[in-house]
Design a protein. Structure first.
Length: 411
C-alpha cells in the first residue's frame, strides 16, 4: 500500500450496512429527566430496528439495598464509593460483551451514569487513590469507554416548577443542592470528546427536552431522522482574537491532529484524528456522505495500528491540522476552544482560534466573557477545517466536489 492509495467507498468504516455498537452515558443532575429519557431513547432505537441494552444505575441499586451515606464513617464512605465504581464497571462490561456477540443488528447500550460520575463525590486525592487501588486510569474511563456522554440538566435549573423528589426514594436534594450537584457532575466529564448538555432552555414541555435528547444522540451516531423529529441543535462557531487565562474555568486540554484521506468517491469525505493528553492517545476515523440530499456523519474509534494504516492513504494535497483543544463548561453550554498551532497549514495565514458549541438556542448564545470574540463564523467555509487544510495549487485546492457547499463539524 502506498501514500496515494485511496479509500474505496465500500470500505469506509460504519457504512450504512456496517454493524454499530454505540455506548451512551446518560448523566445529569437530580430530576433532570434521565430515567424517562433512557426509556424514550430506548424505544426510539428499538422502533428503528436496533437492539438496546439499558444498564441500571449502580448507585440506585446499592442505595436501594439499605446503604445510607449519613450512617457511614469517612472510611466506610470511601470503601462504598470504591465498591460502587468496581461494580459499575463490571456490570457495564457484561452488557458490552453481550453487545459484541450480536452480529446481525446495531446495538445501543445506554448507561445510567458512567464510570466518571463517582468522582463528583470524592476529592481529587481520594479519587486518584481509588483509581490506583482499582487498577483503573482516568484517561481510559473518560476517553475510551463511551462513544457519547449526554448530561441532562436538573429541573432545578430553569424548570423549577417541575422539580420533585417523589420519583426517586434515594433522592434528598433541595433546589440549591440540586444545582450544585448538577454542576459537579457536569465537570467530571470535561475532556470527553463528545459531550452534549441538554438543558431546559426553549422547552415548553418536558417532552421538548426529551426530543432534544433524542436529537443529540441521533446526530452523533449519524442517523437521519427526517421528519420524525424537529432538529434544532446545531454547531455554532466564533472567531476568537484572545482570551484571559486568569478567568478560565476548569478545563481539559488536548493535542489534536486531523488528516484527510484520499477517496475514490466524491460523495464521501474521510478524516482521521488523534487526541492526546499526558502521552495517552485516542484515534478516531470520521466519514461523511450524502444520502437523500442530506449529509450524514459517522465516527468510529480505531486503534493505533489501524490509524497508521489509514495514514498511508493521506491526501497529500491537504496539510495536517494541528490544534490545542481546550474543553470547558460555561453556564449550561459545553465549549471547545481550538487553537491552531505549528506547523500551521499554509491556507490559515497565521494562527487561528475558534470557539465552538452545540446549541438549540435560536437567539443569542451567552459567550464566555473572558473571550475576545471577533465575529460568528458559523457556516463560513473560509474557516472550515476542510478548506483550511488545502495546500495552494494542489488538486484539493482546485477540485469542487459535492462537499464544497456543505458545512461540517470539526470535531
Amino acid at each position: 500500500m502506498n501514500g496515494t492509495e485511496a479509500i474505496e467507498g465500500a470500505s469506509v468504516p460504519q457504512s450504512p450496512n456496517a454493524k454499530k455498537v454505540y455506548k451512551l452515558v446518560l448523566t445529569g443532575g437530580p430530576c433532570g429527566g434521565k430515567t424517562t429519557g433512557q426509556e424514550r431513547v430506548a424505544t426510539f432505537f428499538e422502533n428503528i430496528g436496533w437492539k438496546v441494552f439499558t444498564v441500571p444505575e449502580t448507585a440506585t441499586v446499592l442505595l436501594g439495598g439499605g446503604v445510607k451515606f449519613a450512617e457511614l464513617t469517612t472510611q466506610q464512605s470511601y470503601e462504598f464509593q470504591k465498591d460502587l465504581l468496581k461494580t459499575l464497571v463490571r456490570i457495564e462490561d457484561v452488557f458490552f460483551n453481550q453487545a459484541a456477540l450480536i452480529a446481525d443488528r446495531n446495538v445501543l447500550i445506554i448507561c445510567d451514569r458512567g464510570a466518571m460520575d463517582p468522582s463528583a463525590y470524592i476529592d481529587p486525592v481520594g479519587w486518584k487513590k481509588m483509581l490506583d487501588e482499582c487498577s483503573f486510569d482516568q484517561f481510559s474511563l473518560r476517553e475510551d469507554r463511551y462513544n457519547q456522554v449526554v448530561h441532562m440538566v436538573t429541573a432545578a435549573d430553569g424548570a423549577e416548577q417541575f422539580y420533585t423528589l417523589s420519583n426517586n426514594n434515594t433522592r434528598k436534594e433541595g433546589v440549591v443542592q440540586a444545582k450544585n450537584q448538577d454542576e459537579l457532575t457536569r465537570q467530571v466529564w470535561i475532556g470527553h470528546p463528545y459531550v452534549d448538555i441538554v438543558d431546559n432552555t426553549n422547552c415548553k414541555s418536558f417532552d421538548d427536552k426529551i426530543l432534544k435528547l433524542i436529537e443529540a444522540v441521533c446526530y452523533r451516531i449519524g442517523i437521519s431522522v427526517g421528519d420524525r423529529l424537529h432538529k434544532n441543535s446545531k454547531k455554532r462557531k466564533w472567531l476568537v482574537r484572545a482570551f484571559d487565562l486568569s478567568h478560565f474555568p476548569k478545563f481539559e486540554e488536548f493535542k489534536v491532529t486531523h488528516d484527510y484521506l484520499l477517496s475514490d468517491n466524491n460523495s464521501i469525505q474521510v478524516r482521521i484524528r488523534t487526541r492526546t493528553q499526558n502521552n495517552r492517545t485516542t484515534y478516531t476515523i470520521t466519514s461523511r456522505h450524502i444520502r437523500n440530499d442530506e449529509t450524514v456523519e459517522t465516527r468510529m474509534k480505531i486503534n493505533e495500528r489501524e490509524y497508521q494504516r489509514y495514514l498511508t492513504m493521506k491526501d497529500r494535497g491537504r496539510a495536517t491540522i494541528h490544534k490545542q483543544r481546550r474543553c470547558f463548561s460555561y453556564g449550561n453550554q459545553y465549549f471547545n476552544l481550538d487553537v491552531y498551532v505549528e506547523p500551521l497549514p499554509p491556507a490559515s495565514h497565521g494562527q487561528i482560534m475558534i470557539l465552538e458549541t452545540y446549541t438549540t438556542n435560536v437567539g443569542e448564545t451567552t459567550l464566555p466573557p473572558f473571550m475576545d470574540v471577533v465575529k460568528e463564523i458559523t457556516g463560513d467555509p473560509q474557516y472550515s477545517m476542510y478548506e483550511i487544510s488545502k495546500r495552494p495549487g494542489s488538486a484539493a485546492d482546485t477540485f469542487q466536489g459535492e462537499f464544497e457547499s456543505q458545512i461540517f463539524s470539526d470535531d
